[in-house]
Design a protein around this ligand. Structure first.
Ligand code: ADP
Ligand code: MG
Length: 724
């Protein structure tokens, strides 16, 4: 029975007793409060310092737990103690040196401060830029012995260490840990800041009740939650902080287990809730088909008929529609929507970004108009009265199909009768968001779309039981994209070739690299490239789009490119390039070696959409690893996204298949599918045994698992329990 009806039937004392019980159980245990406290609750993190942390952790108001789950990106071995002469350049070392003298820059000059140091094997310089002289001289007193942690570089044959990580006296050395963690950083944040904050966070970390059954814990020899996090961030041996180590694996299992329990609970509620049959008479679909300038491909027909029979059945649909960029998923989604709108119900399409949502609406609006379907757009930018009007129309059923972003799942968005929820680029949403979406109506059928093909085995592990349709066949008439790999050393030739194409009326995308260490360098690279291209082709010809622009700035830049006013669009990431500009026939990807196969394929899919023959230039910086070489070779050979996905899996392990950076897969902070893939099945089995035996997670074991769900922010799953 659906939650609302059940709630209405409950009356009087019974209902309020049940409510109190539910409320109590649906609240995060107070034990976890220190974890979910704002990061500013830690000593040393004030309103100013929190800003770079917010960028690092990708969250406007970061919390202690966000920091604790920010995993190290590597390790530094502080036991490496060579002499100056022996030290390898660009390798982390700790050197014992004598301070011989200082050379401060003349006042007002930009030159660095140099400190001369030596040991029995030779001498070198310590270089400080923009650092107060007195401070350096205090840290490095002439005649004393000091220990320097950092990397040596060779500059004009001279050894130097620029801004050592640490400068220690004997007492400091005694406290130096044998290994130290490294973290991905952003501008304004040094490794020391992160480590100090981490130490403070670890100091407040409570012991948690153990959610993993004792036999499994013993078999794997896993440490407890608190011990695991402590080992990772304050390792005593190198293996402590590795993804393959026991500490990390344990936390990965926690996360995967929380996810699998969530899936099991969702499945249980959906089965309980049952489904509804939506059997349209086909009149709106027919009107749309008549308005289409093409006929459906066989693959589209097949997917649509599978969807139609799901909709007609009185069970809930949960179907994945997989198809390469440009394979025509949007039309399928629209025709599916028409099916439920024909029965007087509503459909909604949610996309991960504003640009994508807007673009879907542009495709859909004329077709919907031809069929007389009311459509609207709802994103973060619809505000005030305009938004209120849309919400009104939605609630009154005047809108048949709404297209939007996360804005669609905000609390105050209500539908007259939502029957079909379509999620585009579904892997960019969490289970909870999908759940929230599906709760906007009664027994809502779900269609999840993805342009990143996911092998069947992974579909099961990641998303649980789900049906899947594939659009392997592309619409007719598409020209293959001429794909070439070129060394970045030949940049000038590439710019010249692009120039010749522009002169003939073409337009080009120019994608700048992803840089792991810092999000600001991404931006710098794109800004520099845009400036460079503007110098060659003129300011008017070049537009720049990156993640720091506001929605309207992005739109304005995109619009200038789409209208042809700008000839080159420089962009930082895949996200911003989710656009359809048929006249664009050139795709340049800088540092192609840093992208995953899936991402490269996605990017390439932005060209080859019009009548013109298209080109994709993969600019790489050599020497290439064997894997990178194979990746670029396969990309040149094939444009079949499914084949590329399989190759990707083979080449790089499962971790990259979803087109994310090496770190992991969407929605997971700790688990990495390439390393912890084997744990998925275990987590799934365990959840599969737990939930049917204890469907409302009651009793002491249930409480322990609830705590785990809260730690991994599967709050929505816990709410499911209280909604019954
Ligand atoms: P996807 O969302 O799968 O990336 P779209 O739905 O945006 O792809 O379709 C890409 C383009 O192909 C659109 O311009 C669309 O109108 C067109 N298209 C879709 N289906 C067909 C078809 N059967 N024949 C020709 N063109 C099609
Ligand atoms: Mg699409």
């Amino acid at each position: 029975m659906p939650a609302v009806d059940a709630a209405r039937l409950c009356t009087g004392a019974l209902a309020s007793a049940a409510r109190v019980r539910h409320l109590r159980r649906a609240m995060r245990p107070a034990l976890l409060d220190p974890l979910f406290a704002p990061l500013t609750s830690l000593p040393g993190i004030g309103p100013k310092m929190v800003r770079p942390f917010a960028r690092l952790l990708g969250r406007e108001n970061p919390r202690v737990i966000d920091l604790l789950f920010h995993m190290p990106s590597g390790l530094i071995d502080r036991r490496a103690r060579p002499t100056i002469f022996e030290a390898l350049p660009d390798t982390d070392v700790t050197l014992e040196v004598r301070v011989d003298g200082h050379q401060a820059p003349p006042p007002g000059r930009r030159a660095p401060h140099r400190t001369f140091v030596s040991d029995a094997s030779g001498d070198m310089q310590v270089v400080h830029f923009k650092t107060e002289r007195a401070r350096i001289e205090r840290q490095l007193p002439v005649g004393e012995t000091r220990w320097l942690c950092g990397r040596i570089t060779l500059y004009d044959g001279m050894r130097q260490m620029t801004h050592p990580d640490r400068i220690l006296d004997a007492a400091g050395l005694a406290r130096l840990p044998p290994v130290e963690t490294k973290y991905r950083l952003v501008e304004g944040l040094a490794a020391g800041h992160v480590r100090r904050a981490m130490d403070a966070a670890l100091a407040r970390l409570p012991e948690l009740p153990e959610a993993i059954p004792p036999d499994l814990l013993a078999r794997e020899d896993w440490p407890a939650f608190k011990a695991a996090l402590t080992r990772i961030h304050q390792p005593e041996t190198p293996v402590d902080a590795l993804p393959t180590g026991r500490a990390w694996s344990r936390l990965a299992f926690d996360e995967l287990y929380a996810h699998q329990v969530t899936l099991a609970l969702v499945r249980q509620t959906q089965v309980k809730a049952g489904g509804r049959s939506s059997r349209g008479d086909g009149h709106l679909a027919a009107a749309i088909l008549a308005a289409l300038p093409f006929s459906l491909t066989g693959a589209q027909e097949a997917a649509l008929s599978a969807i139609r029979s799901d909709l007609a059945a009185d069970t809930r649909m949960l179907r994945l529609l997989q198809g390469d960029v440009g394979s025509g998923k949007t039309v399928v989604a629209l025709l599916a929507a028409a099916g439920v709108i024909e029965t007087g119900r509503q459909a909604a399409l949610m996309a991960p970004t504003e640009i994508l949502a807007r673009q879907h609406l542009e495709t859909i609006a004329p077709l919907a108009a031809a069929a007389g379907i009311g459509v609207a757009l709802l994103t973060g930018r619809e505000k005030g009265r305009a938004r209120a009007a849309i919400l009104d129309d939605l609630r009154e059923g005047r809108i048949g199909l709404i297209v939007g972003t996360h804005a669609l799942i905000q609390d105050d968005v209500a539908f007259a009768d939502l029957a079909l929820a379509v999620v585009d680029e579904q892997h960019r949403f969490g289970v909870e968001q999908r759940l929230a979406f599906s709760r906007k109506g009664r027994a809502v059928d779900m269609l999840l779309m993805t342009a990143t093909p996911i092998p069947r085995t992974l579909v099961l592990t990641l998303f649980g039981d789900m049906d899947s349709s594939e659009l392997r066949e592309k619409p007719p008439g598409r020209l293959p994209v001429d794909t070439r790999a070129i060394s970045l050393e030949r940049l000038d030739e590439v710019v010249a070739a692009v120039g010749r194409a522009l002169a003939q009326g073409a337009q080009a995308y120019w994608i700048c690299p992803l840089v792991e260490e810092s999000d600001t360098s991404d931006l710098a690279a794109a800004t520099d490239r845009a400036a460079h291209l503007a110098q060659v082709f003129g300011q008017q010809a070049v537009e720049l789009v990156h993640g720091r622009l506001s929605g309207s700035e992005k739109d304005a830049a995109m619009a200038r490119f789409a209208s042809g006013a700008a000839r080159i669009l420089v962009a930082t990431t895949v996200v911003e390039v989710g656009v359809n500009v048929p006249n664009a026939s050139i795709m340049v990807i800088e540092h192609a070696e840093r992208f995953g196969l899936a991402q490269l394929h996605q990017l390439r899919g932005r060209v080859g959409r019009g009548e013109k023959a298209s080109t994709c230039l993969l600019l790489y910086r050599g020497p290439l690893s064997e894997t990178a070489k194979s990746r670029l070779a396969i990309l040149r050979e094939s444009e079949d996204g499914f084949r590329l996905a399989e190759e990707d899996l083979r080449l790089r392990g499962e971790g990259d298949v979803l087109g994310t950076r090496q770190s992991g897969f969407p929605g997971f902070k700790i688990a990495r599918l390439d390393v912890h893939g084997a744990l998925v099945a275990q987590a799934r089995d365990l959840a599969g045994r737990l939930v049917p035996g204890n469907p409302d997670l009651s009793g002491p074991e249930g409480e322990r698992v609830r705590t785990l769900l809260y730690v991994h922010e599967r709050d929505a799953a816990v709410r499911l329990l209280s909604a019954g």
